[in-house]
Design a binder for this molecule. Structure first.
Ligand SMILES: Nc1ncnc2c1ncn2[C@@H]1O[C@H](COP(=O)(O)OP(=O)(O)OP(=O)(O)O)[C@@H](O)[C@H]1O
Ligand SMILES: [Mg+2]
Length: 471
Protein backbone atom coordinates (compact mmCIF):
# COMPACT_ATOMS: atom_id res chain seq x y z
CA UNK A 1 0.00 0.00 0.00
CA UNK A 2 1.50 3.37 -0.96
CA UNK A 3 1.22 6.00 1.68
CA UNK A 4 1.37 9.78 1.71
CA UNK A 5 4.58 11.75 2.20
CA UNK A 6 4.06 14.21 5.03
CA UNK A 7 5.68 17.63 5.18
CA UNK A 8 5.06 19.59 8.35
CA UNK A 9 5.84 23.29 8.55
CA UNK A 10 6.56 24.15 12.16
CA UNK A 11 8.18 26.72 14.40
CA UNK A 12 7.40 27.78 17.92
CA UNK A 13 8.03 31.34 16.90
CA UNK A 14 4.89 33.11 15.67
CA UNK A 15 4.83 35.12 12.44
CA UNK A 16 7.92 33.56 10.86
CA UNK A 17 6.05 32.76 7.63
CA UNK A 18 4.86 29.17 8.28
CA UNK A 19 1.42 29.57 6.76
CA UNK A 20 2.65 31.64 3.82
CA UNK A 21 5.26 28.99 3.14
CA UNK A 22 2.95 25.97 3.56
CA UNK A 23 0.20 27.36 1.33
CA UNK A 24 2.48 28.61 -1.44
CA UNK A 25 4.69 25.52 -1.36
CA UNK A 26 1.60 23.39 -2.06
CA UNK A 27 0.93 25.45 -5.18
CA UNK A 28 4.54 25.40 -6.40
CA UNK A 29 4.76 21.64 -5.91
CA UNK A 30 1.61 21.19 -7.92
CA UNK A 31 3.14 23.44 -10.60
CA UNK A 32 6.23 21.23 -10.71
CA UNK A 33 4.41 17.92 -10.95
CA UNK A 34 0.87 18.27 -12.22
CA UNK A 35 -0.03 14.64 -11.57
CA UNK A 36 1.22 14.68 -8.01
CA UNK A 37 -1.72 14.84 -5.59
CA UNK A 38 -1.02 17.62 -3.08
CA UNK A 39 -3.11 18.00 0.04
CA UNK A 40 -2.90 20.83 2.52
CA UNK A 41 -4.40 21.50 5.92
CA UNK A 42 -3.66 23.69 8.89
CA UNK A 43 -3.96 23.37 12.66
CA UNK A 44 -3.71 27.15 12.80
CA UNK A 45 -7.07 28.84 13.28
CA UNK A 46 -6.53 31.79 10.91
CA UNK A 47 -8.43 30.21 7.97
CA UNK A 48 -5.70 31.31 5.54
CA UNK A 49 -5.86 27.92 3.79
CA UNK A 50 -9.59 28.30 3.24
CA UNK A 51 -9.35 31.91 2.07
CA UNK A 52 -6.66 31.00 -0.40
CA UNK A 53 -7.99 27.74 -1.84
CA UNK A 54 -11.77 27.80 -1.48
CA UNK A 55 -13.50 27.53 -4.86
CA UNK A 56 -17.11 27.96 -3.84
CA UNK A 57 -18.81 30.05 -1.19
CA UNK A 58 -20.40 27.05 0.47
CA UNK A 59 -18.67 25.88 3.60
CA UNK A 60 -18.80 22.14 4.24
CA UNK A 61 -19.32 20.66 7.66
CA UNK A 62 -16.13 18.57 7.58
CA UNK A 63 -12.87 20.02 8.83
CA UNK A 64 -9.48 19.12 10.30
CA UNK A 65 -11.10 18.37 13.66
CA UNK A 66 -12.72 15.31 12.03
CA UNK A 67 -9.30 13.78 11.47
CA UNK A 68 -9.57 12.70 15.08
CA UNK A 69 -13.14 11.49 15.11
CA UNK A 70 -12.73 8.40 12.99
CA UNK A 71 -13.10 9.90 9.49
CA UNK A 72 -10.88 8.73 6.66
CA UNK A 73 -8.81 11.81 5.64
CA UNK A 74 -9.73 11.15 2.00
CA UNK A 75 -13.37 11.85 2.85
CA UNK A 76 -12.44 15.25 4.29
CA UNK A 77 -10.74 16.57 1.14
CA UNK A 78 -12.13 19.56 -0.70
CA UNK A 79 -11.06 20.40 -4.25
CA UNK A 80 -9.21 23.68 -4.06
CA UNK A 81 -7.75 26.25 -6.42
CA UNK A 82 -4.47 25.56 -8.24
CA UNK A 83 -5.31 21.82 -8.20
CA UNK A 84 -4.50 21.56 -4.50
CA UNK A 85 -6.82 19.55 -2.22
CA UNK A 86 -7.35 20.94 1.21
CA UNK A 87 -9.11 20.02 4.42
CA UNK A 88 -11.05 23.02 5.72
CA UNK A 89 -9.78 24.62 8.92
CA UNK A 90 -11.59 24.49 12.23
CA UNK A 91 -12.47 27.19 14.70
CA UNK A 92 -12.81 24.76 17.57
CA UNK A 93 -9.39 23.19 17.80
CA UNK A 94 -8.53 25.23 20.86
CA UNK A 95 -11.32 23.53 22.80
CA UNK A 96 -10.27 20.46 24.71
CA UNK A 97 -10.63 17.55 22.32
CA UNK A 98 -11.60 14.33 23.99
CA UNK A 99 -10.62 12.48 20.84
CA UNK A 100 -7.06 13.75 20.71
CA UNK A 101 -5.06 11.90 23.32
CA UNK A 102 -1.67 10.95 21.98
CA UNK A 103 0.97 12.16 19.53
CA UNK A 104 0.61 9.11 17.28
CA UNK A 105 -3.03 9.54 16.35
CA UNK A 106 -2.73 11.62 13.18
CA UNK A 107 0.06 9.41 11.80
CA UNK A 108 -2.01 6.31 12.50
CA UNK A 109 -5.12 7.79 10.89
CA UNK A 110 -3.28 8.78 7.71
CA UNK A 111 -1.29 5.54 7.60
CA UNK A 112 -4.56 3.60 7.43
CA UNK A 113 -5.86 5.81 4.62
CA UNK A 114 -5.04 5.61 0.94
CA UNK A 115 -4.48 9.37 0.85
CA UNK A 116 -1.95 9.76 -1.99
CA UNK A 117 0.95 12.06 -2.86
CA UNK A 118 2.26 14.82 -0.63
CA UNK A 119 0.45 16.19 2.41
CA UNK A 120 1.53 19.56 3.79
CA UNK A 121 0.56 20.41 7.35
CA UNK A 122 0.69 23.97 8.61
CA UNK A 123 0.92 24.26 12.39
CA UNK A 124 0.33 26.91 15.02
CA UNK A 125 3.28 28.43 16.90
CA UNK A 126 2.40 26.40 20.01
CA UNK A 127 3.76 22.92 20.64
CA UNK A 128 0.31 21.62 21.53
CA UNK A 129 -0.94 18.12 20.85
CA UNK A 130 -1.99 19.06 17.30
CA UNK A 131 1.48 20.32 16.44
CA UNK A 132 3.08 17.30 18.09
CA UNK A 133 0.84 15.02 16.02
CA UNK A 134 1.95 16.83 12.86
CA UNK A 135 5.61 16.53 13.89
CA UNK A 136 5.26 12.86 14.74
CA UNK A 137 3.74 12.05 11.34
CA UNK A 138 6.26 14.00 9.27
CA UNK A 139 8.73 12.65 6.75
CA UNK A 140 10.13 16.15 6.58
CA UNK A 141 9.76 19.10 8.96
CA UNK A 142 10.43 22.49 7.42
CA UNK A 143 11.33 25.10 9.99
CA UNK A 144 11.26 28.73 8.91
CA UNK A 145 13.75 30.76 10.92
CA UNK A 146 13.90 34.50 10.78
CA UNK A 147 16.18 35.40 13.67
CA UNK A 148 18.31 33.98 16.47
CA UNK A 149 15.35 33.25 18.86
CA UNK A 150 13.49 31.28 16.19
CA UNK A 151 16.67 29.26 15.66
CA UNK A 152 17.00 28.60 19.41
CA UNK A 153 13.42 27.25 19.44
CA UNK A 154 14.44 24.48 17.02
CA UNK A 155 15.97 22.69 19.99
CA UNK A 156 12.50 21.75 21.24
CA UNK A 157 11.66 20.21 17.87
CA UNK A 158 14.95 18.30 17.84
CA UNK A 159 14.27 17.10 21.42
CA UNK A 160 10.84 15.86 20.40
CA UNK A 161 12.35 13.88 17.52
CA UNK A 162 15.00 12.43 19.79
CA UNK A 163 12.35 11.43 22.31
CA UNK A 164 10.66 9.43 19.55
CA UNK A 165 13.94 7.87 18.36
CA UNK A 166 14.04 9.91 15.18
CA UNK A 167 16.96 11.72 13.65
CA UNK A 168 17.40 15.47 13.89
CA UNK A 169 17.93 15.39 10.10
CA UNK A 170 14.14 15.18 9.66
CA UNK A 171 14.31 18.93 10.37
CA UNK A 172 15.35 21.22 7.55
CA UNK A 173 15.66 24.91 8.26
CA UNK A 174 14.84 27.75 5.90
CA UNK A 175 15.69 31.38 6.61
CA UNK A 176 12.51 33.36 5.97
CA UNK A 177 11.41 36.99 5.97
CA UNK A 178 15.00 37.97 5.24
CA UNK A 179 15.51 41.68 4.76
CA UNK A 180 18.03 41.68 1.93
CA UNK A 181 18.75 45.39 2.40
CA UNK A 182 20.58 44.72 5.64
CA UNK A 183 24.27 44.11 5.08
CA UNK A 184 27.01 43.27 7.55
CA UNK A 185 30.74 43.72 7.42
CA UNK A 186 32.83 40.61 7.94
CA UNK A 187 32.50 37.03 6.75
CA UNK A 188 28.68 36.95 6.80
CA UNK A 189 27.36 39.62 4.51
CA UNK A 190 23.66 39.41 5.32
CA UNK A 191 21.25 37.90 7.83
CA UNK A 192 20.62 34.89 5.59
CA UNK A 193 24.29 33.89 5.64
CA UNK A 194 24.52 34.58 9.34
CA UNK A 195 21.44 32.49 10.20
CA UNK A 196 22.55 29.65 7.98
CA UNK A 197 26.01 29.62 9.57
CA UNK A 198 24.44 29.58 13.06
CA UNK A 199 22.11 26.76 12.03
CA UNK A 200 24.84 24.58 10.51
CA UNK A 201 27.02 25.26 13.51
CA UNK A 202 24.28 23.81 15.73
CA UNK A 203 24.09 20.67 13.60
CA UNK A 204 20.93 21.51 11.62
CA UNK A 205 20.40 20.94 7.94
CA UNK A 206 19.30 23.88 5.81
CA UNK A 207 17.70 24.33 2.43
CA UNK A 208 19.67 26.15 -0.16
CA UNK A 209 18.50 29.73 -0.37
CA UNK A 210 15.97 31.66 1.67
CA UNK A 211 12.67 33.52 1.39
CA UNK A 212 13.07 37.27 1.31
CA UNK A 213 10.86 39.79 3.04
CA UNK A 214 8.79 41.39 0.31
CA UNK A 215 6.19 44.17 0.68
CA UNK A 216 4.37 42.71 -2.33
CA UNK A 217 4.05 39.29 -0.65
CA UNK A 218 2.91 40.94 2.56
CA UNK A 219 0.17 42.77 0.64
CA UNK A 220 -1.27 39.53 -0.77
CA UNK A 221 -3.21 38.79 2.39
CA UNK A 222 -5.00 42.13 2.60
CA UNK A 223 -7.22 43.19 -0.30
CA UNK A 224 -10.83 44.17 -0.93
CA UNK A 225 -11.84 40.72 -2.24
CA UNK A 226 -11.27 39.18 1.20
CA UNK A 227 -9.20 36.48 -0.51
CA UNK A 228 -5.59 35.68 0.04
CA UNK A 229 -3.63 35.65 -3.19
CA UNK A 230 -0.85 33.25 -4.11
CA UNK A 231 2.68 34.37 -4.95
CA UNK A 232 2.56 32.33 -8.15
CA UNK A 233 -0.32 34.40 -9.56
CA UNK A 234 0.06 37.79 -7.88
CA UNK A 235 3.75 38.00 -7.00
CA UNK A 236 5.44 36.60 -10.09
CA UNK A 237 7.73 39.57 -10.44
CA UNK A 238 9.12 39.22 -6.90
CA UNK A 239 12.29 37.51 -5.76
CA UNK A 240 10.07 35.35 -3.52
CA UNK A 241 8.59 33.72 -6.65
CA UNK A 242 12.04 32.49 -7.71
CA UNK A 243 12.92 31.52 -4.14
CA UNK A 244 9.74 29.45 -3.77
CA UNK A 245 10.39 27.79 -7.13
CA UNK A 246 13.87 26.85 -5.97
CA UNK A 247 12.57 25.58 -2.64
CA UNK A 248 9.80 23.50 -4.26
CA UNK A 249 12.40 21.79 -6.48
CA UNK A 250 14.47 20.83 -3.44
CA UNK A 251 11.40 19.58 -1.58
CA UNK A 252 10.24 17.57 -4.60
CA UNK A 253 13.69 16.00 -5.13
CA UNK A 254 13.76 15.12 -1.45
CA UNK A 255 10.40 13.40 -1.89
CA UNK A 256 11.57 11.50 -4.98
CA UNK A 257 14.80 10.47 -3.31
CA UNK A 258 13.48 9.33 0.07
CA UNK A 259 9.80 8.65 -0.61
CA UNK A 260 7.14 8.23 2.03
CA UNK A 261 8.83 6.29 4.83
CA UNK A 262 7.35 7.66 7.99
CA UNK A 263 3.81 6.38 7.66
CA UNK A 264 5.08 2.95 6.64
CA UNK A 265 7.11 2.89 9.86
CA UNK A 266 4.08 4.02 11.83
CA UNK A 267 1.88 1.39 10.14
CA UNK A 268 4.33 -1.35 11.00
CA UNK A 269 4.63 -0.14 14.62
CA UNK A 270 0.85 -0.06 14.77
CA UNK A 271 0.62 -3.59 13.39
CA UNK A 272 3.07 -4.88 16.01
CA UNK A 273 1.31 -2.99 18.75
CA UNK A 274 -2.08 -4.37 17.76
CA UNK A 275 -0.60 -7.87 17.59
CA UNK A 276 0.81 -7.37 21.08
CA UNK A 277 -2.54 -6.05 22.39
CA UNK A 278 -4.31 -9.05 20.88
CA UNK A 279 -1.86 -11.49 22.44
CA UNK A 280 -2.30 -9.87 25.85
CA UNK A 281 -6.07 -9.87 25.43
CA UNK A 282 -6.02 -13.57 24.53
CA UNK A 283 -3.90 -14.40 27.54
CA UNK A 284 -6.31 -12.44 29.77
CA UNK A 285 -9.21 -14.41 28.29
CA UNK A 286 -7.33 -17.67 28.88
CA UNK A 287 -6.62 -16.66 32.46
CA UNK A 288 -10.34 -16.22 33.19
CA UNK A 289 -11.96 -18.77 35.47
CA UNK A 290 -14.08 -20.77 33.04
CA UNK A 291 -17.23 -20.79 35.18
CA UNK A 292 -19.17 -18.52 37.49
CA UNK A 293 -17.04 -18.44 40.63
CA UNK A 294 -20.00 -19.57 42.70
CA UNK A 295 -22.29 -21.80 40.74
CA UNK A 296 -20.17 -23.32 38.01
CA UNK A 297 -22.29 -21.93 35.17
CA UNK A 298 -19.93 -21.69 32.18
CA UNK A 299 -19.06 -18.17 30.94
CA UNK A 300 -20.32 -17.54 27.44
CA UNK A 301 -17.15 -16.34 25.64
CA UNK A 302 -19.10 -14.51 23.01
CA UNK A 303 -22.45 -12.84 23.01
CA UNK A 304 -24.39 -11.14 25.72
CA UNK A 305 -24.38 -11.97 29.42
CA UNK A 306 -26.18 -9.16 31.13
CA UNK A 307 -26.40 -10.33 34.72
CA UNK A 308 -22.83 -10.87 35.71
CA UNK A 309 -20.07 -9.17 37.68
CA UNK A 310 -16.46 -9.10 36.65
CA UNK A 311 -14.13 -9.79 39.52
CA UNK A 312 -10.37 -9.62 39.85
CA UNK A 313 -7.86 -9.67 42.66
CA UNK A 314 -5.14 -7.05 42.97
CA UNK A 315 -2.52 -9.13 41.15
CA UNK A 316 -4.81 -10.16 38.32
CA UNK A 317 -4.15 -13.84 39.14
CA UNK A 318 -7.80 -14.43 39.90
CA UNK A 319 -9.98 -13.11 37.14
CA UNK A 320 -13.50 -14.20 36.43
CA UNK A 321 -17.20 -13.62 36.66
CA UNK A 322 -19.92 -14.18 39.19
CA UNK A 323 -23.55 -14.35 38.31
CA UNK A 324 -25.53 -11.51 39.84
CA UNK A 325 -27.81 -13.83 41.82
CA UNK A 326 -24.87 -15.68 43.31
CA UNK A 327 -23.05 -12.51 44.29
CA UNK A 328 -26.07 -10.86 45.89
CA UNK A 329 -26.88 -13.95 47.86
CA UNK A 330 -23.31 -14.21 49.12
CA UNK A 331 -23.25 -10.57 50.17
CA UNK A 332 -26.67 -10.65 51.81
CA UNK A 333 -25.99 -13.82 53.72
CA UNK A 334 -22.68 -12.54 54.98
CA UNK A 335 -23.19 -8.84 55.52
CA UNK A 336 -26.89 -8.80 56.44
CA UNK A 337 -27.42 -12.16 58.13
CA UNK A 338 -30.36 -10.88 60.21
CA UNK A 339 -32.62 -10.48 57.19
CA UNK A 340 -34.92 -13.41 57.28
CA UNK A 341 -38.05 -12.35 55.48
CA UNK A 342 -37.98 -12.88 51.72
CA UNK A 343 -39.44 -9.37 51.14
CA UNK A 344 -36.67 -7.73 53.15
CA UNK A 345 -34.06 -9.65 51.22
CA UNK A 346 -35.64 -8.79 47.90
CA UNK A 347 -35.76 -5.09 48.78
CA UNK A 348 -32.11 -5.06 49.76
CA UNK A 349 -31.23 -7.00 46.64
CA UNK A 350 -32.87 -4.34 44.50
CA UNK A 351 -31.05 -1.57 46.35
CA UNK A 352 -27.76 -3.38 45.82
CA UNK A 353 -28.36 -3.87 42.11
CA UNK A 354 -29.27 -0.19 41.71
CA UNK A 355 -26.15 0.89 43.57
CA UNK A 356 -23.90 -1.46 41.63
CA UNK A 357 -25.02 0.16 38.39
CA UNK A 358 -22.96 3.23 39.10
CA UNK A 359 -20.39 1.92 41.51
CA UNK A 360 -17.76 -0.69 42.18
CA UNK A 361 -17.58 -3.17 45.01
CA UNK A 362 -14.39 -3.89 46.84
CA UNK A 363 -14.08 -6.89 49.12
CA UNK A 364 -11.10 -6.73 51.41
CA UNK A 365 -9.87 -9.45 53.70
CA UNK A 366 -7.55 -8.53 56.56
CA UNK A 367 -6.00 -11.40 58.47
CA UNK A 368 -6.01 -10.38 62.14
CA UNK A 369 -4.28 -13.52 63.43
CA UNK A 370 -4.17 -17.22 62.58
CA UNK A 371 -7.76 -17.68 63.63
CA UNK A 372 -9.39 -14.40 62.90
CA UNK A 373 -10.02 -12.48 59.72
CA UNK A 374 -11.99 -9.33 59.01
CA UNK A 375 -13.92 -8.92 55.82
CA UNK A 376 -14.84 -5.44 54.59
CA UNK A 377 -17.25 -4.62 51.83
CA UNK A 378 -16.78 -1.15 50.30
CA UNK A 379 -18.98 0.49 47.74
CA UNK A 380 -16.82 2.86 45.67
CA UNK A 381 -17.66 5.47 43.08
CA UNK A 382 -16.25 5.30 39.55
CA UNK A 383 -13.19 7.24 40.71
CA UNK A 384 -12.52 4.68 43.44
CA UNK A 385 -13.64 6.83 46.42
CA UNK A 386 -15.54 5.19 49.26
CA UNK A 387 -19.30 5.67 49.32
CA UNK A 388 -20.17 3.18 52.05
CA UNK A 389 -18.75 0.23 53.90
CA UNK A 390 -19.70 -2.75 56.04
CA UNK A 391 -17.45 -5.08 58.03
CA UNK A 392 -17.66 -8.43 59.70
CA UNK A 393 -15.29 -10.52 61.76
CA UNK A 394 -14.79 -14.21 61.61
CA UNK A 395 -13.28 -16.40 64.27
CA UNK A 396 -13.51 -19.53 62.24
CA UNK A 397 -13.61 -20.04 58.55
CA UNK A 398 -16.98 -21.75 58.80
CA UNK A 399 -18.73 -18.58 59.91
CA UNK A 400 -18.68 -17.12 56.45
CA UNK A 401 -21.72 -18.30 54.60
CA UNK A 402 -21.47 -20.27 51.42
CA UNK A 403 -23.33 -20.03 48.21
CA UNK A 404 -23.17 -23.19 46.15
CA UNK A 405 -19.68 -24.52 46.55
CA UNK A 406 -18.04 -21.18 47.31
CA UNK A 407 -17.78 -19.01 50.38
CA UNK A 408 -16.37 -15.49 50.34
CA UNK A 409 -13.24 -16.76 52.03
CA UNK A 410 -12.76 -19.37 49.40
CA UNK A 411 -12.72 -16.63 46.80
CA UNK A 412 -9.82 -15.09 48.66
CA UNK A 413 -8.12 -18.44 48.96
CA UNK A 414 -8.27 -18.87 45.21
CA UNK A 415 -6.97 -15.32 44.80
CA UNK A 416 -4.19 -15.62 47.39
CA UNK A 417 -2.41 -18.51 45.70
CA UNK A 418 -0.05 -18.95 48.61
CA UNK A 419 0.77 -15.28 49.13
CA UNK A 420 0.71 -13.93 52.66
CA UNK A 421 -0.22 -10.27 52.28
CA UNK A 422 -1.57 -8.14 55.17
CA UNK A 423 -4.75 -7.77 53.20
CA UNK A 424 -6.18 -9.02 49.99
CA UNK A 425 -8.62 -7.36 47.72
CA UNK A 426 -11.20 -8.36 45.17
CA UNK A 427 -12.65 -5.66 42.96
CA UNK A 428 -16.00 -6.21 41.28
CA UNK A 429 -18.00 -4.31 38.72
CA UNK A 430 -21.00 -5.08 36.62
CA UNK A 431 -19.91 -6.73 33.40
CA UNK A 432 -20.55 -5.05 30.08
CA UNK A 433 -23.15 -6.50 27.77
CA UNK A 434 -20.33 -8.31 26.11
CA UNK A 435 -18.45 -9.36 29.24
CA UNK A 436 -15.07 -9.77 27.51
CA UNK A 437 -14.99 -6.11 26.38
CA UNK A 438 -13.44 -5.16 29.71
CA UNK A 439 -10.41 -7.26 28.85
CA UNK A 440 -9.64 -5.28 25.67
CA UNK A 441 -6.44 -3.26 25.87
CA UNK A 442 -7.71 0.27 26.56
CA UNK A 443 -10.56 -0.81 28.83
CA UNK A 444 -8.32 -3.11 30.82
CA UNK A 445 -5.69 -0.39 31.17
CA UNK A 446 -8.34 1.88 32.71
CA UNK A 447 -9.47 -0.91 35.02
CA UNK A 448 -5.89 -1.56 36.17
CA UNK A 449 -5.23 2.14 36.73
CA UNK A 450 -8.40 2.40 38.78
CA UNK A 451 -7.52 -0.69 40.82
CA UNK A 452 -4.03 0.71 41.56
CA UNK A 453 -5.58 4.01 42.65
CA UNK A 454 -8.03 2.17 44.90
CA UNK A 455 -5.20 0.21 46.48
CA UNK A 456 -3.31 3.39 47.29
CA UNK A 457 -6.43 5.02 48.74
CA UNK A 458 -7.21 1.92 50.82
CA UNK A 459 -3.67 1.77 52.18
CA UNK A 460 -3.80 5.46 53.12
CA UNK A 461 -7.22 5.06 54.77
CA UNK A 462 -6.12 1.99 56.70
CA UNK A 463 -3.01 3.78 57.92
CA UNK A 464 -5.02 6.86 58.90
CA UNK A 465 -7.39 4.71 60.99
CA UNK A 466 -4.66 2.76 62.77
CA UNK A 467 -4.49 3.89 66.43
CA UNK A 468 -1.52 6.17 66.90
CA UNK A 469 1.43 4.95 69.02
CA UNK A 470 1.84 8.44 70.50
CA UNK A 471 0.71 8.79 74.11
N1 LIG B 1 8.10 36.67 2.29
C1 LIG B 1 7.33 37.52 2.98
N2 LIG B 1 7.47 38.83 2.82
C2 LIG B 1 6.73 39.71 3.51
N3 LIG B 1 5.80 39.37 4.37
C3 LIG B 1 5.60 38.07 4.58
C4 LIG B 1 6.35 37.06 3.91
N4 LIG B 1 5.93 35.86 4.34
C5 LIG B 1 4.98 36.09 5.25
N5 LIG B 1 4.77 37.41 5.38
C6 LIG B 1 3.84 38.08 6.28
O1 LIG B 1 4.27 37.86 7.62
C7 LIG B 1 3.14 37.64 8.46
C8 LIG B 1 3.29 36.31 9.14
O2 LIG B 1 3.29 35.31 8.16
P1 LIG B 1 2.57 33.93 8.39
O3 LIG B 1 1.17 34.14 8.81
O4 LIG B 1 2.82 33.12 7.19
O5 LIG B 1 3.45 33.43 9.60
P2 LIG B 1 3.13 32.22 10.60
O6 LIG B 1 4.44 31.72 11.04
O7 LIG B 1 2.20 31.29 9.96
O8 LIG B 1 2.41 32.97 11.77
P3 LIG B 1 1.65 32.27 13.01
O9 LIG B 1 2.74 31.72 13.85
O10 LIG B 1 0.92 33.38 13.65
O11 LIG B 1 0.79 31.21 12.45
C9 LIG B 1 1.94 37.75 7.57
O12 LIG B 1 1.43 39.04 7.65
C10 LIG B 1 2.46 37.47 6.19
O13 LIG B 1 1.72 38.11 5.18
MG1 LIG C 1 0.33 30.56 10.63
Amino acid sequence: MSRAYIITVASEKGGVGKTTLATNLAIYLKGLAEDLPVTLFSFDNHFTVDQMFRLSKTIGSQNVGHLFTGSDPIDLLTDGQYGVNYIPSSRNLANPQQQLKSVEQLAQVISRSSLPGIVIIDTSPVLDLYTLNALYAADRIIVPIKDAPSLENCQNLADFLLQHKRSKTVLKLLPCLIDTRIRFDGPFRNSYQLLKAYAINRGYRCYEGFIAKSPKVESLITNPSGKIYAVITHGRNTGVHLQLTHLARQVYLDYLEHGPIRLTEVASELFNQEKDFLQKYNSRVNNLQPNCLCCDLPIPKTGVWPNAYFLENETGQLSGFIEEDCLLELLLQNFNPGLNSKEQQKLLQEILIGAADSSLLLLQKTQINDEQARLDLFRLNQQGRRISERSMMSKKRGRFQRKGKTSLLQLFDIAAMGRAEPFQQLLLRQADKNPLDLLRHHNYLKWQTLFSRIQIEQTLETEARRPSDDP
